[in-house]
Design a protein around this ligand. Structure first.
Ligand SMILES: Cc1cc2nc3c(=O)[nH]c(=O)nc-3n(C[C@H](O)[C@H](O)[C@H](O)COP(=O)(O)OP(=O)(O)OC[C@H]3O[C@@H](n4cnc5c(N)ncnc54)[C@H](O)[C@@H]3O)c2cc1C
Length: 571
């Protein structure tokens, strides 16, 4: 073990890989962890090493750069790469402690029965955990054959499997384009790509500040490639249309698309049915914030990890890069990772080697804002919901149940409504439905509130949910112009110290089997410290026990006078 500063990087997507490389270049000792069994994250998700593809580069942009970076890291004597390493809990440490955090990891196949626990106390932590895609619900979205576009993409790139033969792709954002490309490459017929943003909004969003686009001109060939692919495969690309219903008995047999207005409210009389055996839907991305929240990092009002232009979070020694800080694509993630890794390693922020990355970082941060302006979710989408539309697929809770609970009980705290209806308490722990449930509470509350009560006033007075969702809105779904905060009782969205985290807070970062958890809490494990452990064995065991018991009795400070007790330990 050398005296070099130890940088722990969580996430081996573009941001984490770049962070690891630049931290090594700045002289640090690096441990790179990823839950997946391969490096590359979502962008460079590829076939496993045991079944390599002859021409992997055809499915990816920047593949050669990835291969080079992977080999630099694999061969570097000061770099330890641990795949199948799931960070499941993180404890923030007091300011005086040598390490900013204690990071708990389970190492081994996620389906295995004998994962090895490991604990790290690095000198600096770089969080590069990325995002998952967000799918808004619609009637029938629980049918087999409906996929998030991210899942469709992961199957196509990681397994070469298509989700269906006749596929509809819908949602919002440029991500729909690579998904169409991958699906055609795996043999599917893509019968249409339906972008919900209207042509006028797309034009406004993309054409503003045109000079800014010059910095991101490297994206142009990618765009041309997608356009040519659409032409070659005769894939219609329609804007201002949304999938509003999926039909079928045992699985999807067709979908209904409908024209939407600028607020994404469906326009009556424009429904059309299309035969399809699969549909891939994505309306944007939700950052994976659990570890940053556990570390105590500030979260921005639009719910990303707050960082400065060197990737520093509000917690000394904790850095963040990539899509947990904004949705700007792989180029942004690479630039942010390089900067954060260098500074985490103790490198000089004024170093000339950092200039290009800092410039690229600024360019792509502006790019992220442009994407949000052009493709961000608008409030009118709730207009395609019916009362019987399932909102939480894990627990099969309908939109009507959530809305009527809010109206009947006057409960408007996210957690209260979750505990009453069980929405968000299933296996995905609200990763898929959490923000939808918040939105349903907000709109139900607004519909129920006297006309004079402003959404923002009720938000701060009674701890209900509110956030900016739209600048343009229909009469039924008025835009909320309060500051973009989310609050629940005790969640203090207006408190500058505590972040407005709501459904993003999870005591357990990813599913851990109860048996595993009990084993962690109960047993003293003298074998824990193979790598990089500071402190005594007793300290380490105490840390593991404390993290595991946090799950069984979470130190959640929410004050819930109106909440019913959870029904099972799974909650
Ligand atoms: C499913 C999906 C598919 C995508 N496909 C494309 C595409 O084809 N083309 C495109 O242009 N953009 C795509 N994107 C967007 C693209 O992935 C991002 O722009 C880019 O990858 C962001 O890089 P990142 O490093 O921030 O995060 P990611 O690439 O998402 O990497 C994050 C990594 O962190 C790991 N991780 C997260 N939490 C933990 C934890 N608790 N413990 C251990 N490891 C953890 C994950 O396993 C992952 O490997 C996709 C996004 C998603 C969600």
């Amino acid at each position: 073990m050398t005296d070099a500063r130890h940088v722990l990087v969580v996430g081996a997507g573009p941001a984490g890989l770049a962070a690891a490389e630049s931290a090594l270049a700045a002289g640090a000792r690096v441990t790179l962890l990823d839950a997946s069994d391969e490096l590359g994250g979502q962008y460079w998700r590829h076939l496993p090493a045991a079944r390599p593809a002859a021409h992997e580069e055809r499915l990816h942009h920047g593949w050669q750069g990835f291969v080079r970076r992977r080999s630099v890291l694999a061969q570097h004597p000061d770099c330890t790469i641990v795949t199948e390493a799931q960070v499941w809990a993180l404890e923030s440490r007091d300011a005086a402690a040598a390490s900013p955090v204690t990071v708990h990891v389970l190492i081994g196949p996620p389906d295995g029965t004998d994962r090895t626990p490991q604990t790290y106390r690095p000198d600096a932590l770089v969080l590069a955990t990325g995002a998952h895609d967000r799918t808004l619900p619609f009637p029938g979205w629980q049918l087999p054959g409906v996929y998030s576009a991210g899942a469709a993409q992961a199957l196509a790139k990681g397994e070469r499997v298509s989700i269906g033969d006749r596929v509809v792709i819908a949602g919002a954002g440029p991500f729909l384009l690579p998904v169409a490309k991958s699906l055609t490459q795996t043999g599917a017929r893509v019968v249409g790509v339906f972008e919900a943003s209207t042509p006028a909004r797309l034009l406004r969003g993309w054409s503003s500040k045109p000079l800014e686009l010059l910095g991101a001109r490297g994206k142009a060939p990618e765009l041309v490639e997608y356009a040519l692919g659409h032409l070659r495969h005769r894939i219609p690309y329609r804007t201002g249309w949304a999938v509003v219903e999926a039909h079928g008995t045992d699985r999807v047999e067709s979908v209904t698309i409908q024209k939407v207005d600028a607020s994404w409210a469906p326009i009556p009389g424009t429904r059309r049915r299309i035969a399809a055996d699969a549909v891939a839907v994505s309306h944007g991305f939700t950052p994976r914030l659990e570890l940053a929240i556990a570390a105590g990092c500030d979260i921005t009002p639009d719910r990303f990890v707050r960082v400065d232009d060197l990737g520093r979070t509000s917690v000394p020694g904790v850095f963040a890069a990539g899509e947990i800080t904004s949705i700007g694509g792989a180029d942004a993630a690479l630039a942010e990772g390089s900067v954060a890794g260098h500074v985490a390693a103790g490198g000089d922020p004024a170093d000339v080697s950092l200039r290009a990355d800092r410039r690229r970082r600024r360019t792509f941060t502006a790019f992220a804002a442009r994407l949000e302006r052009a493709h961000g979710i608008r409030a009118g989408w709730t207009g395609w919901l019916r009362d019987d539309t399932i909102a939480c697929r894990c627990e099969e809770v309908s939109c009507g149940t959530i809305r009527s609970t809010v109206r009947r009980t006057a409960q408007t705290g996210v957690r209260s409504v979750k505990l009453t209806t069980r929405a968000g308490l299933g296996i995905c722990q609200a990763r898929i439905c959490g923000r939808t449930v918040e939105e349903l509470i907000r709109t139900a509350e607004h519909d129920a509130a006297p006309a004079s009560a402003s959404a923002s006033a009720s938000a701060s007075a009674n701890g209900s949910v509110s956030r900016t969702v739209s600048t343009t809105a229909s009469a039924k779904h008025p835009a909320v112009t309060a500051d973009a905060s989310l609050s629940a009782p005790g969640d203090s969205g207006t408190d500058p110290v505590r972040p407005p985290v709501s459904t993003d807070r999870r005591p357990i970062v990813s599913p851990v089997r109860l048996g595993e958890l009990a084993g962690l809490a109960a047993s003293a494990r003298p074998s824990l410290g193979a790598v990089d452990l500071g402190g005594s064995t007793d300290d380490r065991d105490a840390a593991v026990v404390s993290a595991a018991t946090d799950f069984l009795d979470p130190p959640d400070p929410l004050d819930l006078p109106d909440a019913r007790p959870a029904r099972s330990a799974e909650d």
